[in-house]
Design a protein around this ligand. Structure first.
Ligand code: ATP
Length: 348
């Protein structure tokens, strides 16, 4: 297994940069998600990795070998990578087994070795008994597993996945997330997974590259992205939370309850630090008129099954999201304790 290095890669289409000086070091066997809103350059990066798109600047290396630079371009078929598309791209006139074996046929493999590798790949995705069916006789999730088996059959160094679950309904996506985790654990292939769905990226990836307008906004584990997002933009893209202005802390610092509550009580002119407060760090109590508590009012209440989600308006005018075990009435005054907050850098 080889690690993948993306070294200051830039891709321009005419005047416009789709990807700008992107650098990532992907460890062998790691599953990395490229996450970002539509148009941020995820697919362009994936296509450069696959070799479908030449790059304008920078270098891509696999192990010690240069795959692409301004001067050098290894064609896709010599990269030992496999790609899984959103649309599955299965041949409708071929059986499941023939679809899976197709890349081996291209490599002129047949006979016993061909049959064994197809059977192994199908077994790995739990479809051994579907070999003779045609793709039309399968569900969306099963079709995507055929596409996974087809990309595994050649034993690739790197698997590239372009929004592979985007066509499936929510229920099936959750089940397929588990299939992907199993698939990755068993193969230990290096995988690059493109998605604009943060919960999918968080559930699957070892590390996530959050992209914004072609640039890397943050590159970290899912836990770090959630707990320590660099900017308000990253914070708004990962999980739920509220931004408040406080007179305490500096970027990259965690504020404990006492410092956070003091910082919120300061006069507005002194509250210059932006802080992210996650809903699970907000405690909601009945408001007592006499107390000095941080106070707010319930603006809306949404039932989420396991809890209620409250949107609150503070006396400062700022909004705050909180969770609560029971329903509260809209308009109800409440007192609040914020247990912790994370100080953000200003957005670029
Ligand atoms: P989505 O999630 O919508 O697929 P993405 O993050 O994958 O978006 P890309 O498809 O990589 O984004 O596109 C990045 C930018 O590059 C966009 O502004 C897009 O319009 C532009 N772009 C992509 N391919 C081309 C092309 N062949 N010619 C010109 N511009 C392109």
């Amino acid at each position: 297994m080889a690690g993948l290095t993306i070294d200051h890669v830039t891709k321009r289409f005419g005047e416009q940069s789709a990807v700008e000086a992107l650098s990532l070091d992907v460890a062998p066997g790691e599953l990395v998600a490229l996450l970002g809103p539509s148009g941020c350059g995820k697919t362009t990066m994936l296509r450069m990795l696959a070799g479908f798109e030449p790059l304008s600047e920078g270098e891509i290396r696999l192990g010690g070998r240069t795959l692409a630079s301004r001067e050098h371009h290894v064609p896709p078929e010599q990269r030992n990578m496999a790609m899984v598309f959103q649309s599955y791209a299965l041949w409708p006139h071929m059986s499941v087994a023939d679809n899976v074996g197709y890349p081996l046929k291209l490599r002129r493999l047949d006979g016993e070795s061909y049959r064994r590798r197809v059977a192994q790949a199908l077994a790995l995705v739990g479809l051994a008994s579907y070999a003779a069916r045609s793709p039309q006789e399968l569900s969306g999730g099963q079709r995507q597993r055929v596409a996974l088996a087809r990309c595994l059959v050649t034993d690739p160094d790197v698997v590239l996945l372009d929004e592979p679950l985007a066509n499936l309904d929510r229920h099936l996506r959750a089940a397929m997330e588990q299939s992907f985790r199993d698939f990755h654990r068993r193969t230990r292939a290096t995988m690059i997974y493109v998605t604009h769905d943060q919960s999918e990226a968080m559930a699957l990836a070892d590390r996530i590259a959050v992209m914004r307008e072609g640039r890397l906004a943050q590159w970290a584990t899912p836990e770090t992205l959630y707990r320590q997002p660099r900017t308000a933009w990253v914070a708004s893209f990962i999980g739920q939370g509220s931004l408040l202005s406080v007179a305490a802390g500096r970027p990259g610092q965690r504020l404990e309850e006492a410092a956070l509550m003091r910082g919120l009580a300061a006069v507005p002119a002194e509250r210059t630090q932006s802080v992210l407060v996650r809903p699970e760090h907000v405690r909601v109590h009945p408001a007592s008129p006499s107390s000095q508590d941080l106070r707010g009012r319930v603006e809306s209440v949404t039932f989420r099954g396991e809890r209620y989600e409250l949107h609150l308006r503070l006396e400062s005018g700022e909004t705050l999201i909180a969770y609560h075990a029971t329903a509260l009435g809209e308009g109800q005054p409440v007192a609040l304790t914020l247990c912790e907050g994370w100080c953000l850098e200003p957005d670029a």
